[in-house]
Design a protein around this ligand. Structure first.
Ligand SMILES: C[S@@+](CC[C@H](N)C(=O)[O-])C[C@H]1O[C@@H](n2cnc3c(N)ncnc32)[C@H](O)[C@@H]1O
Length: 414
């Protein structure tokens, strides 16, 4: 736990409560946040694991995070909540004890969430061995019985942490945390009942806010689509966000392994995935002028085939909607910081950052600064084949992220 009295630099060193691909570097967020003074409203419209809201809250600001991925929301809520460690450990032990009893009464063929349809059950059979399925099912039921929402959220986060791992977890897969799960085990290397309390302890120890020491405004983590934000116009002082990169990460591919235990069916997650920004889905819809110009600025896209350029078009269309919403919710004079990486599609360098500059401009936002910084090796989650295909100089550029800072020019009435 980070006591409320620690220095600003130390506070930027937050520790994640759960793995998340392409997390934003905390130092970028820290530098983009105004020093304490007035309490400002800080928004991340695609908040993922919650780096922006956590740091905004720790600087005393009112933080809002939106995302469409239920697991991202769960992680961000856990990270931003006030926790009471002693109470949580007691609760976790009680949940485990009840789950052990319940497992004895529930045979393997009944160890699925109540509403799981056939496709979801097959998915669970594929990724989990029968013994772990029984243990996970019993734990999931007992967690869902916990009455306090804050405690339940944290226990779900710990539950998920056992599944979303790089190597040894409770599923039969590796690389789940990079959202590239592949089946490698016949029997899972870790048993949920053995790992649960350790997972709770890791989550609790990495939660920076405790009920006793923090009276800063609570963060508001909401389900919301960045293309149609559930927020009033002129209500946000600063936006700090890192949108999904074009064709880089399919977040739900890994997250599905946890979300099925929380009552989500595969068909529902498939629909959610295909609607998300940055997924490899194409569009033929004619684009507005701003989108066409943004696409032109991205590089030589003429070499892409129809499907590939459709993917780029869809991404830019989506990002145009995001920019429009950001411009709408920002207060006059407000600022938006976008952290974005460039992409490679079939060896073609696609400059997402240039498109964002064009789109921001078309929404009345001017570029205040543009900086680049290397992406730390442990934070690089680009798809391996694309990465390998790209040439040497291209690989270098793709190891950088671009930090764009915009200011909105509008009057209060807009
Ligand atoms: C690069 S990640 C954000 C990482 C985050 N900054 C962090 O530090 O954890 C991009 C996020 O955008 C979310 N996303 C994708 N489409 C979205 C949409 N239409 N509305 C809101 N969020 C969306 C994804 O679920 C993902 O969590």
């Amino acid at each position: 736990m980070i006591p409320a009295t620690q220095s600003a630099t130390q506070k930027a060193h937050i520790r994640p409560v759960h793995p998340f691909p392409a997390r934003m570097a905390p130092s970028i967020v820290w530098d983009a946040l105004p020093e304490s003074g007035d309490t400002l409203t800080i928004l991340d419209p695609m908040s993922g694991s919650g780096t922006t809201p956590v740091l905004a809250r720790s600087k005393g600001h009112h933080a809002i995070g939106c995302d469409t991925d239920p697991l991202a929301l769960l992680i961000a809520r856990t990270w931003c909540n006030n926790v009471k460690p002693d109470r949580l450990f007691l609760r976790a032990k009680a949940v485990l004890a009840r789950a052990m009893e319940l497992r004895e009464k529930t045979p393997s063929e009944k160890s699925y969430p109540k509403n799981a349809d056939d496709e979801t059950r097959r998915f669970m059979d594929f990724w989990f061995d029968p013994r772990n399925r029984r243990e996970l099912n019993a734990l999931a039921i007992c967690i869902s019985w916990v009455r306090s929402q804050t405690e339940r959220t944290l226990l779900w986060c710990a539950f998920s942490r056992m599944i979303i791992t790089k190597t040894a977890g409770v599923s039969l897969a590796m690389d789940v945390s990079h959202s590239r799960p592949h089946k490698v085990y016949d029997a899972a290397p870790v048993r949920p009942f053995d790992a649960f309390l350790k997972a709770v302890s890791k989550v609790v120890n990495n939660c920076p806010f405790s009920t006793d020491t923090h009276n800063t405004p609570a963060a508001d983590i909401r389900h919301g689509d960045a293309r149609t934000l559930p927020l009033d116009s002129n209500s946000v002082d600063r936006i700090i966000t890192s949108p999904p990169y074009l064709n880089a990460i399919d977040y739900l591919r890994g997250h599905k392994l946890s979300l099925v235990w929380m009552g989500h069916n595969i068909s529902e997650l498939r629909a959610l995935r295909s609607g998300n920004i940055g997924t490899e889905r194409s569009t033929n819809i004619a684009s507005e002028k701003a989108v066409r110009e943004a696409m032109k600025s991205m590089g030589d896209l003429t070499v892409l085939d129809k499907r590939q350029s459709g993917i780029v078009r869809r991404y830019v269309n989506d990002m145009e909607k995001v920019m429009k919403e950001c411009a709408r919710v920002l207060k006059p004079g407000g600022e938006a910081v976008f952290v974005v990486g460039d992409s490679s599609i079939r060896g073609v360098f696609v400059q997402n950052s240039k498109a964002l500059i064009r789109l921001a401009h078309s929404q009345g936002m001017s570029l205040v600064s543009r900086n680049t910084r290397p992406i730390e090796i442990k934070r690089r989650y680009l798809p391996a084949p694309e990465y390998e295909k790209s040439g040497c100089s291209l690989r270098t550029r793709m190891r950088e992220e671009v930090i764009l800072r915009f200011r909105i020019h509008k009057t209060g009435a807009q």
